[in-house]
Design a protein around this ligand. Structure first.
Ligand code: HAS
Length: 558
């Protein structure tokens, strides 16, 4: 057993060179958000009103740009920058010079890959959406660009491991800082799951799109995609949970409720987030129902750490309120810092994660999946999870992290604007995602431009909800303009923090929390179990897919 909970880290600064590197990642991320958000605005308007896009721009081209820039580029750059800053802070304020250099290389590869990918989408050579499902075929440079993004992120991930290993060497027998531990889990999961998409691209899609082989094994390529695609959503969620577990208690003047519980929930997410990709393929032929069922069971296992997280967060919020004198059942709510945008944005993300997660449980339930699969309900689900819970949390992190990295202050005016931005986002998403859920249940499919299906009565009944969806999209775009303005202001123009008041927001663990078992940091055990679970869930179905499967020639439908 180890008893060390994170030592107090107040007012430690981050090395300016590390600040520049983290800030560069974050600014790149928000640049992608701005472009992807503009594509989203146009999509919403087309879907709601049959607005004609300027000649030469296709709906599916926009949809690809939107998905790639928001879901893949914004998130990955942001997460790498955030974890890098947190690792620098918790390991003494500075990354090792070799790690910093490697991370610049990682950034260069990721940025170069993004530019190559976006150029291919703009040239209309890759309207294959963000899941790039075969047999739709993109230019090889599209796949190559995405490969560079992944390889760049690997370099940054390995850098993080080196920093962590160095810290452990310097601090033998001590429990690592909670933030650092969580960052290592996040990157471990990322490295293991991206092996799937790397295999898909390098072994299947690239040779096929280059014309070296005539056909592609569609089922295998989709399976490798979802082997990566589901943990991808937890790659977005884990940094969000870092904020909820470690940052929020500091902002509300509380403590981390339980270090052991927090670590255990991350370990469970590591174990169960990968062997569950079939829940995205429940309606596909070619996979035995037995293996689908097994992966659905594992999917319900991955819900458990989120339920543990909900319990821990409620406990943390209530205990902090009670410590400030709250009395009645919900009196603790009144003690929360509602006027602090750094708290309010992630808090709204947490609240919205309750219905968002419930929607996920609906999706994962075999029978109900038959009702919602490939309807716009699923688009509603991921706009609540990633585009609200995750995005609002990332915005909230920015209100203190960007000033800290740029040496400026979160001014009262920017704080107010942050509160307004949060409301705008919540309202816009309520309209957009709410109508997506509702119209999806009525049967409206996802990934379609405006159509009335030859004026079919069902399709005509969807139109009012599609209009609300478009209105929500316009409100959300206002939210994007606001967040970009706030970030630029905090990065370059806000008042300088000459007194060094801005601090990295990392909470300490409650004094009466139980000691954390050292087993939770035994990577050999956990990575070993991850490998066993993956082999169990995937070996037989993948071997089946390799047997006598007719491949598909490439299709370019746009
Ligand atoms: Fe999902 C499809 C199942 C979570 C993202 N998901 C998607 C897609 C995306 C996505 C992007 O089983 C579409 C992919 C595509 O393009 O085809 N999802 C789940 C399940 C969960 C889940 C079981 N998804 C997420 C998260 C995402 C995300 C998180 C992004 C970040 N999802 C599915 C399935 C599909 C799917 C199927 C395929 C559908 C199909 O047919 O295509 C679970 O992890 C959810 C667990 C969450 C909870 C909620 C816990 C609540 C907490 C907040 C507490 C709040 C507090 C504050 C304390 C159980 C932790 C309260 C204070 C107050 C005052 C009230």
């Amino acid at each position: 057993m180890e008893t060390n909970h994170d030592a107090p880290l107040t007012n430690r600064k981050i090395n300016p060179q590390d600040s520049i590197l983290a800030l560069t990642h974050i600014l790149f991320a928000f640049g992608a958000l701005a472009l992807g958000g503009f594509a989203g605005l146009l999509q919403g308007v087309v879907k709601a009103t049959n607005f004609k896009l300027p000649a030469g721009i296709g709906y599916y081209q926009l949809l690809t740009a939107h998905g790639v820039l928001m879901a893949l580029v914004f998130t990955t750059f942001f997460i790498v920058g955030f974890l890098y800053a947190g690792a620098a802070y918790t390991t003494g304020g500075s990354m090792r010079p070799g790690v910093r250099r490697a991370n610049w290389w990682g950034f260069g590869l990721m940025a170069g890959g993004t530019i190559m990918t976006v150029i291919m989408i703009l040239l209309n050579q890759a309207s294959v959406l963000y899941t790039f499902y075969a047999p739709l075929k993109a230019s090889p440079f599209f796949y190559l660009g995405l490969t560079l993004v992944v390889v760049g992120s690997w370099i940054s991930g390995i850098g993080l491991f080196v920093q962590y290993a160095h810290w452990r060497k310097q601090n033998p027998g001590k429990l690592s800082p909670l933030f650092l531990f969580m960052a290592v889990v996040t990157m471990t999961m990322w490295l293991i799951c991206t092996l799937g998409v790397a295999a898909e691209v390098l072994l299947l899609l690239l040779p096929w799109s280059m014309g070296w082989v005539p056909t592609v094994n569609v089922m295998l390529s989709r399976t490798l995609f979802w082997y990566f695609g589901h943990p991808l959503v937890y790659f977005w969620l884990l940094p969000t949970y870092i904020c909820w577990y470690v940052v929020i208690p500091k902002l509300i003047g509380g403590k981390v409720f339980s270090d052991s519980l927090a670590r255990l929930s991350f370990i469970l997410l590591l174990l169960f987030s990968i062997p569950v990709g079939f829940h995205h393929q429940l309606t596909e032929p070619g996979i035995s129902p037995v293996w689908k069922f097994i992966q659905v069971v594992l999917t319900f296992m991955v819900v458990v750490p989120s339920l543990m997280t909900a319990f821990s967060l409620f406990a943390m919020l209530e205990l902090s309120g009670r410590a400030k004198g709250a009395k009645r059942l919900f009196g603790w709510l009144g003690k929360l810092p509602w006027k602090d945008a750094r708290f309010f944005a992630p808090f709204m993300g947490m609240v919205i994660f309750i219905p968002a997660g419930a929607g996920g449980i609906v999706n994962a339930s075999n029978q109900m999946n038959q009702v919602v699969h490939n309807t716009i309900w699923v688009t509603g689900h991921f706009h609540l999870t990633v585009a609200t819970s995750v995005a609002l949390t990332f915005f909230g992190l920015m209100y203190w992290l960007v000033p800290l990295l740029s040496g400026r202050k979160l001014t009262p005016a920017m704080n107010k604007l942050g509160l307004a931005q949060t409301w705008i986002w919540v309202i816009g998403m309520f309209l957009m995602s709410g109508s997506m859920h509702a119209v999806g249940l009525l049967g409206s499919p996802r990934r379609t431009a405006y159509t009335t299906y030859g004026d079919h009565a069902d399709a005509l009944s969807w139109i009012p909800l599609h209009r609300v969806l478009g209105m929500g999209g316009v409100i959300l775009f206002i939210g994007i303009i606001l967040i970009i303005y706030i970030i630029l202001e905090l990065a370059f123009f806000a008042e300088k923090d000459t007194a060094g008041e801005e601090d990295f927001q990392v909470a300490e663990v409650a004094e009466d929390a139980h000691a954390t078992p050292a087993l939770l940091e035994n990577w050999k055990v956990w990575v070993g179990i991850v490998v066993i679970l993956i082999l169990f869930a995937y070996t037989i179905p993948v071997l089946d897919m390799l047997r006598d499967v007719p491949g598909s020639k490439p299709w370019v439908t746009w």
